[in-house]
Design a protein around this ligand. Sequence first.
Ligand code: HEM
Length: 198
Amino acid sequence: MQFAEPALLEPGLHAPLAALRAATRDHHLRLDRLMDLRLLGDAARYATVLQAFDGFLSAWESTVAAGLPAARQPWLQARSRRHFVARDLQVLGIAASTLPVQLTPIATGAAAWGSLYVMEGSALGGRVIARALAAQGLRPDTGAAYFHGWGESTGPMWREFRQLLEQELATPAAVSLACAGACATFDDFSALLEGALA
Ligand code: HEM
């Protein structure tokens, strides 16, 4: 799969976060509908969703790492949430994912930051999902560790990430590449999840 043409940005949307939000709004909506919070209480469906995240993260983490310089690797590793999914799979007795994962190549550092926006931002939605799972009796130690993620630290970590986005995406061209990278990451994950849930 190749990157889509970089999105044309609306005037005033060159600030990286605003541009990324605008470019990916519909992609997020599609994924939100696909995951369907109301159905996540079904154990078999929840298992499939966890397997999809596990499979995606195992391929995505190395792909995005290859798009970033050596100096950023420790930061990237420290933000990995893959061990949370591994814990959930173990606690719930679910096999690790064997799903084939198709990822759009990440050709530039800017595209890597756009892709990172999707997975770092997903930790915010994760808090909403974690609350819904808690209402169904799933806590971080009983199978909801991934969506609980870094818990109270999620907000401060997101604020730090937003500052990095401002630094790393300093030109309209970089923002445009990042938007295309973010859309591709949303679409890659949606395709994987759609296939898994089918
Ligand atoms: C049932 C599924 C989902 C729901 C209900 C959901 C809900 C939300 C909510 C409420 C926010 C805003 C949180 C806040 O501002 O504090 C958010 C942000 C976000 N979510 Fe989701 N989400 C879901 C799945 C996902 C997935 C699977 C991904 C990516 C793999 C994702 C990516 C993002 C991103 C990038 C943001 C940040 C938007 C921004 O502030 O710029 N979401 N989500």
